[in-house]
Design a binder for this molecule. Structure first.
Ligand code: NAD
Length: 310
């Protein structure tokens, strides 16, 4: 098949692009490099630097494409609190531009990377797709708005749409920016260097940490699965892990002896979040296989192999 992936030089996009190319598919990788790194892409992937809001560029790229994966986005919850307008322009505006271009060219299917954060605070855990979204940050609002645009424009123009609500993905290749770093690569780095692990709150808050290979499995399946048009599907591990448990696992894997400090809880931080993955199992044949300890080990090995480049 022929794919276009937006945001393809990022953490999830590059892993997806490399997997599809290794399976023999033709892969066009679009990214503006605001956060991505094209060096992560294998030689079989054709990289194009460009903005997802560039409609005429999209018209050209979409010719003969069978399925689009839409991953281009700004992805930090705390950053979105500071710059909501940018999050709206890229995550919502970019999605609408892409859908319009897909409509014009006549592309058959789009798989959008949405997020488990759209659920916000929910009493019932694990959270199923039936839960009413309760977004708590501009990032979460932008993802739910993008979902609505994808599904609405899709149904009006007969474009099949699948929105995957990815929970806390982690694994090799995840960037560790100097501010607002994702918790797993940051904790691993700090523990290995015997630095400080900062936990916001008492550490009882939970998340669903899902390994990148499992997420890519779900994404690959979504391109060809039958009977998935208009579906919203959770992609997590299905396991709820508290931050205290995560710290424990990180210390086990690294053998480090960092200082662990507890700061006041972040404003807007969720107390629990775990995915109900029954629908993904049913619709995508999804079966996450990487336990947290194994995933942390591979992530640490990747960090150690590449740290001189950081
Ligand atoms: P990432 O930042 O590594 O990847 C996003 C990519 O999009 C980057 O390479 C960036 O350069 C690119 N991009 C940003 N603005 C762009 C624009 N205007 N035009 C073209 N490219 C642009 O983040 P990621 O973790 O790989 O996330 C990928 C997608 O998955 C995002 O849509 C994100 O919302 C979603 N998601 C990720 C997670 C996770 O845990 N990693 C969880 C839920 C959802």
């Amino acid at each position: 098949m022929r794919f276009l992936i937006t945001g393809a030089a990022g953490f999830l996009g590059s892993a997806l692009a490399n997997r599809l190319a290794a399976e023999g598919h033709s892969v066009l990788a679009l990214d503006d490099l605001s956060a991505g790194d094209p060096k992560k892409l294998s030689e079989q992937v054709k990289f194009i630097r460009g903005d997802v809001n560039d409609r005429s560029r999209l018209w050209t790229l979409l010719q003969e494409v069978d399925c689009v994966y839409h991953l281009a986005a700004r992805v930090s919850v705390p950053e979105s609190v500071l710059y909501p307008r940018e999050y709206n322009q890229v995550n919502v505006g970019g999605t609408v531009t892409l859908m319009e271009a897909m409509r014009d060219v006549g592309v058959h299917r789009v798989v959008m990377a949405s997020s488990g954060t759209v659920y916000g605070e929910q009493v019932l855990q694990p959270v199923s797709e039936q839960a009413i979204p309760n977004p708590r940050s501009p990032y979460a609002v932008s993802k739910i708005a993008a979902e609505y645009y994808v599904r609405t424009i899709g149904s009006l123009w007969h474009i099949e749409t699948v929105c995957l609500r990815v929970f806390n993905a982690y694994g090799p290749g995840q960037r560790v920016p100097s501010v607002h770093a994702p918790v797993i690569p940051w904790f691993l780095r700090q523990a290995w260097e015997n630095g400080t692990l900062v936990v916001h709150g008492d550490g009882s808050q939970t998340r669903d940490f899902v390994y990148i290979d499992d997420v890519v499995d779900a994404m690959v399946a979504a391109a060809t699965a039958e009977d998935v048009d208009q579906q919203i599907i959770n992609v997590g591990s299905g396991t709820e892990t508290s931050l205290v448990e995560l710290v424990h696992e990180v210390l086990e894997v690294t053998g480090g002896n960092p200082e662990v400090v507890y700061y006041p809880r972040n404003e807007g931080g969720l107390s629990r979040l775990c995915a109900d993955i029954h629908l993904a199992r049913e619709k995508l044949g999804y079966n996450p296989t990487t336990p947290l300890a194994d995933g942390l080990k591979s992530t640490l090995e990747d960090y150690l192999a590449h740290r001189e480049n950081d």
